[in-house]
Design a protein around this ligand. Structure first.
Ligand SMILES: Nc1ncnc2c1ncn2[C@@H]1O[C@H](COP(=O)(O)OP(=O)(O)OP(=O)(O)O)[C@@H](O)[C@H]1O
Ligand SMILES: [Mg+2]
Length: 411
């Protein structure tokens, strides 16, 4: 039989995963450790060693399986007999096939005998997808599975990981490695992340720690809920953070008393007409004799002009990926240190709790509400606080073009 050689040089930590003979392997690592790359080769290896086998690559959502498709086509170069891209299926010269699936529609995954499963970003795949759809596909074939992921709190992936540490489950083995175990990642990048990210985010994303709560962006929210809304007072000064409603979202205005760093008024309404939004801003700014900090990116710029023409004392904040990150991290510190307080405002608290970060494929952090949720209150509060604690000058990141921050982008 012809010997097939695949060119791949795993780093030492990847080698530990490859060398494991366990039927079920759980690998929890920091971001950019090389999970997807290592498992691309792992699944190709299985497809070559087991002629006629059926192997599945499962990602939480469709887009991620496409990324793996590219990597895998590359890993299997020279041994592919057919690339059936429209079916998301690669056929190899050994008669084996690798298919790409997403776990969000897991009912469609039932009923096939699979020899090997790789479940990428397994912490984002829900329990039912594994227990009722994926696990049974391995029964007839006595197939294998590899779960790879960065942790997301102590969810289902944590249970699988614990199984791999438990001698009561001899078929399971688990591994954990920090990002720094990948020698292809510049240690200075990791140092930089450590300096700039909130501690819990760094511990989860780079050290692969299973935190009690998944690392949300904002902590200590509950302790910051204090007091009531207040009427304007003499000798106090006020700032309004305004998140303009641009599409189908909400217009949110947060009024902060900069003497006591307390939110004294809040307005949220679903009205995209700019003239009406400006009218409402005007009455609030007049009442509190407040200055306004607002988003002046894209269509925000002409709105800022209108606001100024209306006699409101306003300045713009240019959103770029970098400046948004700084704005959010600044708010996160304010909350953590309980530097600011606000009355119980259900919409605000809900958005703060839900707000999350994601790592982009380039390894940058991007902050946003989960898809389908709003972040207008968070942005308005962050703008109000930004002005308080810095000798204010509108921040413009020198190195990046402004982008519309509603754009969720890749990943
Ligand atoms: N053995 C290796 N040889 C060369 N480069 C490697 C190796 N392992 C990983 N890399 C590089 O490290 C980077 C991260 O790899 P990969 O995308 O597989 O990581 P990941 O853990 O899946 O990342 P993410 O957390 O973003 O999903 C890539 O640039 C990849 O090419
Ligand atoms: Mg990956």
């Amino acid at each position: 039989m012809q010997k097939i050689t695949i060119k791949y040089d795993p780093h030492p930590a990847q080698l530990q995963l490859h060398n494991s003979k366990a039927r079920f392997r759980v690998c929890s690592t920091g971001r950019r450790w090389g999970k997807t790359l290592a498992c691309s080769y792992e699944i190709v290896k299985n497809a070559l060693e087991k002629p006629g086998s059926l192997n599945w690559w499962v990602a939480p959502v469709y887009n991620q399986s496409i990324i793996a498709y590219r990597l895998l086509s590359n890993a299997a170069q020279g041994v592919i007999s057919q690339d059936l891209r429209s079916l998301r299926r690669l056929e190899l010269k050994t008669g084996s096939a690798i298919e790409f699936k997403s776990a969000d529609n897991y009912n469609a995954l039932r009923g096939v005998g699979i020899d090997m499963l790789v479940i990428d970003e397994a912490a984002l795949v829900n329990r039912e997808a594994w227990e009722s759809a994926l696990r049974p596909t391995l029964s007839d074939t006595k197939g294998k599975a590899v779960f790879i992921s960065t942790p997301k709190g102590r969810n289902f992936f944590f249970e699988l990981f614990a199984r791999g540490q438990d001698s009561g489950y001899p078929e399971w083995e688990s591994f954990t490695f920090p990002t720094s175990a990948n020698p292809y990642i510049d240690p200075l990048e990791i140092e930089e992340a450590k300096k700039t990210l909130p501690d819990n985010v760094f511990r989860q994303e780079y050290l692969a720690e299973f935190l009690e709560d998944s690392a949300g962006v904002f902590r200590n929210i509950k302790n910051c809920i204090q007091g009531d809304f207040e009427e304007p007072q003499v000798n106090h000064s006020y700032v309004i953070g305004w998140d303009v409603a641009k599409h189908e979202d909400f217009s949110v205005m947060v009024v902060l008393d900069t003497v006591i760093n307390h939110v004294v008024a809040f307005d949220r309404f679903n009205q995209v007409d700019y003239t009406l939004q400006i009218e409402r801003l005007k009455s609030l700014a007049k009442k509190y004799n407040a200055t306004v900090l607002m988003d002046s990116t894209g269509v925000g710029d002409p709105i800022l002009e209108q606001v100024i023409k209306n006699g409101i004392n306003a300045e713009g904040f240019q959103f770029t990926n970098t400046s948004k990150q700084q704005l959010i991290e600044h708010l996160s510190v304010q909350l953590e240190q309980q530097n600011i307080t606000f009355p119980y405002i259900p919409e605000l608290v809900y958005e703060l709790e839900l707000f999350q970060y994601e790592m982009t494929r380039a390894g940058n952090v991007r902050y946003s509400a989960p898809q389908g949720y709003h972040d207008d209150c968070v942005i308005a509060l962050a703008l109000a606080c930004w002005k308080v604690d810095t000798a204010f000058s509108p921040f413009v990141a020198a190195d990046v073009e402004p982008v519309d921050y509603f754009d969720k982008g890749e990943f």
